[in-house]
Design a binder for this molecule. Structure first.
Ligand SMILES: NC(=O)c1ccc[n+]([C@@H]2O[C@H](COP(=O)([O-])OP(=O)(O)OC[C@H]3O[C@@H](n4cnc5c(N)ncnc54)[C@H](O)[C@@H]3O)[C@@H](O)[C@H]2O)c1
Length: 358
């Protein structure tokens, strides 16, 4: 039975949503996060005083720190989300992606293996029940050439960007640790997430905040790239379902069956802003007029789309939000939570350091 959960990357966009959901289901959560530029203490501020929630500021690639976390908290499971996550940054500076996504995952796997070995001696059932859940992306599959095709759990890996390649490498490590050492692992590959508290370098929050400021809305190439969008809370629920009911060694694709072209996403945000924020910056008559087509990203995949049939069939998961409802909620959240993103834009969010709270 899972009572204590380590979540890596819990100060990030998906990790903070996952922690809120995990605490609501009664779990004790240890959030291990280095607080890089994309980690934000304000994203889990509302749960930081919950006695079942602990925060450790540490690098997952620091083996001594990870060993101490396993020894102090004796977790029943790890949900591993900590990563460098932005494709453009991986093109400009790939080293951090190898260090965190590949070497950091390796360090965690080794410490998890050590933990399970010590459990096996003391409490064999607890060792069998332990789970290492690795949270990955559909970008490992590369470009979907077939217009009507979908990524399934058996689609071969063909990553295009340094980010996708580093995540693919980490997926392979996780599966190898199951196969070679018998570590009980779970792997999930999810499509693009969106929702509250996403760092404003990603398409949807960037569009919202630039539009509100009257700045250009950059769209790569002609904006025809197709992505499959999932509301972040639906992803968090899927992850907890896989943890609770997925059998060790399994892989699940997670996606919202919400395929959209990037340009449609940007126009969708503009349309909602017309309604919810009709007072525009000086000189702007319609938000859409701010759209600017910019040179395409090198190696940009044209299409991703997930077949989520396995998680739907085996675990009964269904997303609660469709793209229209989720996008509206997201835009509304950014309009109602200016202090969160203003602190990100002016850099002051990086001054808040929680230190370790055990
Ligand atoms: N955002 C998406 O659309 C999406 C889709 C599918 C899968 N994923 C995966 O989900 C995970 C979370 O993505 P996200 O969008 O929340 O990312 P994010 O960038 O918002 O958050 C990443 C978090 O990891 C932390 N972190 C980074 N390096 C670390 C290190 N070395 N040690 C400890 N903590 C570190 C950061 O401080 C941050 O809090 C990633 O593994 C990503 O590959 C994301």
């Amino acid at each position: 039975m899972i009572e204590t959960l380590i979540v890596t990357g819990g100060a990030g966009f998906i990790g903070s949503a996952l922690i809120r959901e995990a605490l609501a289901t009664g779990l004790r959560v240890v959030n291990v996060d280095k607080l890089t530029y994309s980690g934000n203490a304000a994203s889990f501020a509302e749960v930081k005083n919950d006695p079942r929630c602990h925060f450790i500021q540490a690098d997952i690639a620091d083996a001594a720190a990870m060993r101490a976390v396993f020894e102090v908290f004796a977790p029943d499971a790890v949900m591993h989300l900590a990563a460098e996550s932005h494709v453009d940054r991986s093109i400009d500076a790939p080293a951090a992606f190898i260090e965190t996504n590949v070497r950091g995952t390796f360090v965690l796997l080794e410490e998890a293996r050590r933990h399970v070995k010590s459990l096996a001696a003391a409490d064999p059932q607890k060792a069998r029940d332990f789970r290492f859940q690795h949270i990955s992306t559909d970008e490992v599959f590369g470009d979907l050439v077939d217009d009507g095709g979908l990524f399934t759990e058996t689609t071969p890996y063909a990553p295009s960007s340094p980010y996708a390649a580093s995540k693919a490498a980490s997926d392979h490590l996780v599966r190898a640790w199951q196969r070679t050492y018998g570590l009980p692992v779970l792997v999930t590959n999810c499509s693009n997430n969106y929702g509250p508290r996403q760092f404003p370098e990603k398409l949807i929050p960037l569009t919202i905040l630039n539009a509100l400021a009257g700045r250009g809305l950059p769209v790569y190439g002609s904006g025809t790239q197709v992505r499959d969008w999932l509301y972040v809370e639906d992803h968090a629920r899927a992850l907890l379902l896989v943890l609770a009911r997925g059998s060790a060694g399994g892989t699940w694709n997670i996606g919202g069956r919400n395929k959209q072209r990037n340009i449609e996403v940007v126009r969708g945000v503009c349309g909602i802003l017309e309604e919810l924020a009709p007072k525009k910056p000086p000189g702007v008559s319609r938000y859409e007029e701010l759209i600017r087509f910019v040179a395409d990203r090198p190696g940009h995949d044209a299409r991703y789309a997930i077949d989520a049939a396995k998680i739907e069939r085996e675990l009964g998961w269904r997303p609660k939000e469709n793209f229209a409802s989720g996008l509206r909620k997201t835009v509304r959240w950014y309009l109602e939570n200016r202090p969160w993103w203003q602190a990100v834009l002016d850099g002051s969010y990086r001054c808040e350091r929680l230190g370790t709270n055990v």
